[in-house]
Ligand binder design. Structure first.
Ligand SMILES: *[C@@H]1O[C@H](CO)[C@@H](O)[C@H](O)[C@H]1NC(C)=O
Ligand SMILES: *[C@@H]1O[C@H](CO)[C@@H](O)[C@H](O)[C@H]1NC(C)=O
Ligand SMILES: *[C@@H]1O[C@H](CO)[C@@H](O)[C@H](O)[C@H]1NC(C)=O
Length: 233
């Protein structure tokens, strides 16, 4: 956050030139949680070609920042690496059987499925895998500009506000400008319906290569075996 003043100035100088805002998926999280992925002079093109997120629309925040990295959803004992503080839950979602990826061999029993593979088991629906991977829910802090509740003492500075992990936005006069974060759940899943699967590699890509790209690898009867995780919320 030591670059804050430089950034503030730079936003005014460069903001008009390239008010690029790409805050989808892995890049879409609370701006005060951003971790630098370049330096003050990193251009849009360099930033993107380094695989980083770029968003210069939020005044006072880092604009070339590390993506929120969701890794290895499917590996046991590995958790999401998040460039922010968030609570993580792994849950079994029984609601959408037709989207299930297969987490074990045909005929796998409940014990092996849940204990050894750390997956979910449900044999109520025929014709779909009864052993399928858990979804992951990340409860992350967000800045909701409505419902603002003061988060700090009056006249708090920008730096002090961010140090307290509050949200800062002083563009609306008469509203609290250093305000509480709210929580939002984001779901990351490999249980993706065939029609929604997005290919994440060449045909024949290996399991390891696929998963190293943070994609899902499941040998399903239809659709690509290596496909992108679905992120909602
Ligand atoms: C906050 O700052 C303004 C302007 O500097 C000052 O008039 C006001 O008294 C300050 N408020 C508090 C609670 O310190
Ligand atoms: C908003 O905060 C920034 C950083 O502290 C400051 O430079 C700017 O003058 C403030 N703007 C308003 C309208 O108070
Ligand atoms: C997020 O999901 C978890 C697990 O289902 C739940 O315990 C938590 O209350 C949810 N948080 C919010 C903000 O909805």
């Amino acid at each position: 956050m030591s670059n804050m003043y430089w950034l503030l100035a730079a936003v005014f100088i460069l903001g008009a030139e390239r008010a690029g805002s790409e805050t989808q998926g892995f890049c879409d999280f609370d701006a005060s949680s951003r971790v630098n992925c370049g330096n003050e002079r990193t251009s849009y093109d360099t930033c993107k070609s380094n695989g980083c997120c770029y968003d210069s629309s939020k005044m006072g925040y880092i604009w070339c920042f590390q993506p929120w990295s969701v890794k290895a959803l499917h590996f046991r004992n590995t958790e999401v690496l998040a460039a922010m503080e968030c609570n993580l839950y792994r849950i079994c979602n029984y609601n959408n059987p037709s989207a299930r990826a297969n987490c074990g061999m045909e005929g796998i029993n409940e014990q092996k499925c849940t204990k050894e593979n750390d997956c979910c088991y449900d044999e109520k629906t025929s014709g779909v895998p009864s052993c399928f991977p858990k979804d992951l829910i990340a409860e992350k802090p967000t800045c909701n500009p409505n419902n603002r509740v003061n988060c700090a003492y009056p006249n708090v500075t920008l730096e002090a506000c961010l140090r307290l992990k509050c949200c800062f936005d002083n563009s609306t006069l008469g509203k609290p400008y250093c305000y509480n974060t709210e929580k939002k759940n984001v779901t990351v899943t490999c249980n993706v319906a065939t029609s929604e699967k997005v290919n994440c590699g060449m045909d024949g890509i290996s399991k390891d290569t696929c998963r190293n790209k943070d994609c899902c690898y499941y040998e399903t009867p239809t659709g690509p075996w290596c496909y992108k995780m679905k992120i909602t919320g």
